[in-house]
Design a protein around this ligand. Structure first.
Ligand SMILES: Nc1ncnc2c1ncn2[C@@H]1O[C@H](COP(=O)(O)OP(=O)(O)OP(=O)(O)O)[C@@H](O)[C@H]1O
Length: 271
């Protein structure tokens, strides 16, 4: 697993108030799509921020292409890694074309003319946002905005994408289209992706591996067909569900009254 590692995380620990991550170790290989999953508050965004360098770990290391991440600076880092947070700025006074072109700064500098270059044009085209290029970013719908930010990240041409819930605002058809696009591009261009997704069945369609966070630790790391079991769903998500393999992909179907504790919560409410 993970030969020629793009990303190696070893023994990462972090604490903030009562929340803690401990002993987080995993890797991501070239061209791999890895889904980071776990229940609300399990630390997925925190882990992505630690990898991206926005938070400092208490212990452990993050290596990119064999070198400690903190040895990379500015444009060199931006050529390797693009991070799209859960909440992207929505009130920027920029057109879509300007935003996507800004993804080219690691190659052109901030003072380069804002004209769209070939790579930015292609990023707009493949994400289906070319027709939005003259619109203001602040006027877009949530789903349009997510696709435009993906275009900006693609224009950056990094080797590793860190994407935090990139499909939250997309309808089901656009979620599928977005993830299929990401998969096609990752296979074609060979970049790696570490992404947080809540929809486990959709994640299983594109991910080579699942990392599961629970109780501050990684409790599973493996292919979706091995990781997504009824036992794991109960243990890590408190969810009673049936898992069926459909077209080679595990599909999670929650049972009715499937959230463990819901009956207790309801009876407490009634009391
Ligand atoms: N800025 C912050 N200050 C203090 N605590 C925070 C902050 N951001 C997150 N936390 C806490 O850290 C823990 C992990 O949060 P995190 O956002 O990493 O979880 P998550 O798995 O991404 O959750 P979700 O699925 O809801 O997005 C939670 O207990 C959360 O309340």
């Amino acid at each position: 697993m993970c030969e020629d590692r793009v990303l190696e995380v070893e023994g990462l620990a972090f604490a903030r108030g009562t929340f803690a991550l401990e002993g987080i170790t995993f890797c991501v290989g070239p061209g791999e799509i890895v889904a980071l999953v776990g229940s609300n508050g399990s630390g997925k965004s925190t882990l992505l921020r630690l990898v991206a360098g926005f938070l400092r770990p208490r212990a452990g290391s993050v290596r990119l292409f064999g070198r400690p991440r903190e040895e990379y600076r500015g444009r060199e880092l931006a050529r390797l890694l693009a991070f799209l947070p859960q909440e992207v700025p929505s009130r920027l006074p920029l057109s879509v074309a300007e935003l996507v072109q800004s993804g080219r700064y690691p190659y052109r500098g901030l003072l380069a003319p804002p004209r769209l270059d070939e790579v930015a044009r292609e990023a707009l085209e493949v994400t289906g946002t070319w027709d939005l290029r003259h619109r203001n970013v602040g006027e877009l719908s949530g789903g349009e905005r997510q696709r435009v930010y993906l275009a900006m990240a693609l224009a950056q041409r990094p080797r590793l994408f860190l994407l935090d819930e990139p499909t939250t605002f997309l309808d089901l058809a656009h979620q599928v289209e977005f993830l299929d696009l990401l998969e096609r591009l990752a296979r074609r261009e060979g970049f790696s992706v570490l992404l947080v997704l809540h929809d486990l069945s959709l994640a299983a369609r594109v991910a080579d591996r699942f990392l599961v966070l629970a109780r501050g630790r990684l409790v599973a790391d493996g292919p979706p067909t091995e990781v997504l079991t009824e036992e794991l769903l109960r243990d890590a998500f408190g969810l009673v569900a049936v898992v069926r393999i459909v077209e080679g992909v595990p599909v999670v179907v929650p049972r009715r009254k499937s959230f463990l504790g819901s009956e207790r919560d309801v009876s407490e409410l009634r009391a």
